[in-house]
Design a protein around this ligand. Structure first.
Ligand code: PEP
Ligand code: MG
Length: 588
C-alpha cells in the first residue's frame, strides 16, 4: 500500500512539551557504529595504511588529553584507567594483525581493524579471569574511538543536523537534546520518558513539541512517514488524514491566539488582585536563554542548571570558561537576580563520555549532584571560584542541589570558604556577601528544613525530584508515570512544612520544579505561601496571567481545604475547578 493510502493511526502518549507539529519522521535509533566494507585498490595500499597510522596517532593524542584532564580533576588513580586504553593503541599484535588482514583481504582498513578488534574482544570475553575480561571493554572503547577517527563519524551531533523533521527515538538524553535547535527540528517522539525527564524539560524550554512514553513507537514508523504530534494532549497520529490536519490546524490557531493574548500582558508585574507580589523567575540552561526569558517577562533567573555546560563534551569546562558563561548571564540580567545552581550531574544527566559517566543500578539514588561534587573537590572548587568571580558582575546568588542534610551543606560551605581563600590569595574580586541557598528536593532535607534554614539564606524546592523521592516513583520511568502525582497529599504537606519552617527562620522559599509552571497548581503554591516561582521560560506569561487573576486570600483558603483531602485525584479536580472559575475568560 502506498504511504498516501495508508489509514491514519492514533497513539496516546505523555504530553511532554506543548505545540502541534506536522512533518516527516527522522528515525534516530543509535546503533553500534556502522563500519562500511569495500575493496581497496592495490595502488591505494600505502595511503590506506598511512590513514590507519594517522588514526592511531590521533586517537592516542585524544586519549592522553582525556587522561590529563581526568588526572587534574579526579586524581591519578582515576586517570590510570586510560593507561590500559593507551596500551591497546600500542599493541603490536592487534596492529600487525590488522595490516595482515588488510593485505590478505584487500578490504578497507577500518573494516579490517573492526574485524580483528572484535576477534580480540570475543577471545578476552571467554577467558575466566575478571582482569582479562575487563580488557575486552578497554578494546571496545578504544576501537570505537579509533573507528570514529578513521570514519570521521560522530553520532552525537547527528541530531543537531536534522532539519524540519520530527525525531522519533527510543529515548532522548539531555545531551541529545542539548544539540537540538529550535526551528530546525519540528518535534520529538520517544518510546520512553516522562514529563520531568531532563530531556523533556529541555524540549519545553526550547519550545519543541514533544510526546513521550509511546511504547515501541520506533517499530511503528519508518523514515519519511508523515506524523502529526499534539504535544498539548500527548497524541501522535501516523499518516494523518486531511480532516485530522484541519482539526489540529484549528487547535493550533486557538492556542496561538490565546498565547498571543497572554504574551501581550507578560511584562506586567506578578501581583495578585489583592496586591500580593510574587517573584516570578525562569529556569535556564545557559547564557543563550537569558534574553528569551526576559522577553517572556521573567523577574530574574530562579534556576540556572549549570550542568548543561558539562554535557556537550568529554572535557570539563575550566574555571575561566565557566566564569565567562556566568558573567554573561549576570550582565544580561543586570539588577535582576540570578540563582546559579552548582553542578547536578548524574541521574539522567551525563556528559557524552567521561570518567564520571558511571553505570549505576539506581542513578537517581546514586553518585549525583552535591555527592559527586563533594568527592571531586577540585572540580567543585573550580565551579565555586567561577561563580564567586562572576558575582561582582551582577545580582548573583548560588544554591546547592540534592542536599540531604546539614553535613552536606556544611561541607559544601567549607569548600566555598576554601574557594574564597584561593581568590583572596590571587587578589581576584568577589562578593563576600554572596547569598547561598539549599535546594529542598530530598525528603530528609524537607524533614530537617528548620535546621537547614538556620544555615542558609534561602530555599528552592525542587519538586521534580522531591516528588520522585517522596512517592518512590522514578521521574523518568513512563511505566509508572501515572503514579507521579504532584497533588499527592504527601507533596502538599511537605511543601507546607518546608515553607512554615523557612518562614519561622526568616528565609524565603521558591519552587523551581516543573509544577511551578502548571497553571492548575500555581494557586495552590501561592496558597501555601511560597514566595517565589521559577518556571520554564515560555511558561512565564501564563503563570503571570494566573497570578494576576487570583486573590491571595482565596488561594490560602483553597490550600487549607486541599490539605485536608486524602485523594490526589480529588485534590487535582478541586484545583482544576478553582482554576477554571478564575480563568474562564481564557478557556474555550
Ligand atoms: C527539581 O528537581 O525540581 C529541579 C528543579 O531540579 P532538576 O529538575 O534539574 O533535577
Ligand atoms: Mg532536582
Amino acid at each position: 500500500m502506498s504511504v498516501e493510502n495508508r489509514p491514519e493511526k492514533k497513539y496516546q502518549g505523555i504530553p511532554a512539551s506543548g505545540g502541534v507539529a506536522h512533518g516527516q519522521v527522522y528515525l534516530f535509533v543509535p546503533r553500534e557504529l556502522e563500519v562500511p566494507q569495500y575493496e581497496v585498490d592495490a595502488a591505494e595500499r600505502d595511503a590506506e595504511v598511512s590513514r590507519f597510522e594517522q588514526a592511531l596517532l590521533e586517537t592516542r593524542k585524544q586519549v592522553m588529553e582525556v587522561q590529563r584532564e581526568v588526572s587534574t580533576r579526579l586524581g591519578e588513580e582515576e586517570a590510570s584507567i586510560f593507561d590500559a586504553h593507551l596500551l591497546v593503541l600500542e599493541d603490536t599484535a592487534l596492529i600487525d594483525e590488522t595490516i595482515r588482514e588488510f593485505d590478505s583481504s584487500h578490504r578497507n582498513i577500518a573494516w579490517c581493524f573492526h574485524t580483528v578488534a572484535n576477534r580480540y574482544i570475543e577471545a578476552f570475553k571467554r577467558i575466566d579471569d575478571e582482569y582479562l575480561k575487563e580488557r575486552a571493554s578497554d578494546i571496545r572503547d578504544v576501537s570505537k574511538r579509533l573507528l570514529q577517527n578513521l570514519l570521521q563519524a560522530s553520532q552525537s551531533n547527528i541530531l543537531g543536523m536534522v532539519k524540519e523533521r520530527i525525531i522519533v527515538a527510543p529515548d532522548i538524553s539531555p545531551s541529545d537534546c542539548a544539540s537540538l535547535e529550535k526551528g530546525k527540528v519540528l518535534g520529538l517522539v520517544a518510546n520512553t520518558g516522562s514529563k520531568t525527564s531532563h530531556a523533556v524539560i529541555m524540549a519545553r524550554s526550547i519550545q519543541i513539541p514533544a510526546v513521550v512514553g509511546i511504547r515501541d513507537f520506533t517499530d511503528q514508523v519508518d523514515n519519511g512517514d508523515w506524523l502529526l504530534i499534539d504535544g498539548y494532549d500527548g497524541v501522535v497520529v501516523v499518516n494523518p488524514s486531511e480532516e485530522t490536519l484541519f482539526k489540529y490546524g484549528k487547535v493550533q490557531e486557538e492556542k496561538r491566539a490565546l498565547e498571543k493574548k497572554i504574551l501581550e500582558r507578560s511584562q506586567e508585574s506578578a501581583t495578585t488582585l489583592d496586591g500580593h507580589q510574587i517573584s516570578l523567575m525562569a529556569n535556564i540552561e545557559g547564557a543563550a536563554d537569558v534574553d528569551r526569558i526576559f522577553s517572556f517577562g521573567a523577574d530574574g533567573v530562579g534556576l540556572f542548571r549549570t550542568e548543561y555546560l558539562f554535557l556537550h563534551s568529554d572535557r570539563y569546562p575550566s574555571e575561566n570558561y565557566q566564569y565567562e558563561e556566568y558573567r554573561k548571564v549576570a550582565e544580561a540580567a543586570g539588577d535582576r537576580p540570578v540563582i546559579i545552581r552548582t553542578l547536578d550531574l548524574g541521574g539522567d544527566k551525563f556528559p557524552e563520555s567521561s570518567a564520571l559517566n558511571t553505570q549505576e543500578a539506581n542513578p537517581f539514588l546514586g553518585f549525583r549532584a552535591i555527592r559527586l561534587c563533594l568527592e571531586n573537590t577540585s572540580l567543585f572548587k573550580d565551579q565555586l571560584r567561577a561563580i564567586l568571580r562572576a558575582s561582582v558582575h551582577g545580582n548573583i546568588k548560588m544554591m546547592y542541589p540534592m542536599i540531604s542534610g546539614l553535613d552536606e551543606l556544611t561541607r559544601a560551605n567549607e569548600l566555598l570558604e576554601e574557594a574564597r581563600e584561593d581568590l583572596r590569595a590571587r587578589g581576584e574580586p568577589f562578593r563576600e556577601d554572596l547569598k547561598v541557598g539549599s535546594m529542598i528536593e530530598i525528603p530528609s532535607a524537607a524533614m530537617t528544613a528548620d535546621i537547614l534554614a538556620r544555615n542558609c539564606d534561602f530555599f528552592s524546592i525542587g519538586t521534580n525530584d522531591l516528588i520522585q523521592y517522596l512517592l518512590a516513583v522514578d521521574r523518568v520511568n513512563d511505566r509508572i508515570s501515572h503514579l507521579y502525582e504532584p497533588t499527592h497529599p504527601a507533596v502538599l504537606r511537605t511543601i507546607a512544612h518546608v515553607v512554615e519552617k523557612a518562614h519561622a527562620e526568616g528565609i524565603k522559599v521558591s519552587v523551581c520544579g516543573e509544577i511551578a509552571s502548571d497553571p492548575v497548581i500555581v494557586p495552590i503554591l501561592l496558597g501555601l505561601n511560597v514566595d517565589e516561582l521559577s518556571v520554564v521560560g515560555s511558561g512565564v506569561p501564563m503563570v503571570k496571567y494566573i497570578i494576576r487573576q487570583v486573590n491571595i486570600e482565596e488561594c490560602r483558603t483553597l490550600a487549607r481545604e486541599l490539605l485536608d483531602i486524602s485523594d490526589p485525584k480529588e485534590i487535582f479536580a478541586k484545583a482544576e475547578a478553582f482554576h477554571r472559575d478564575r480563568l474562564s475568560v481564557l478557556l474555550p
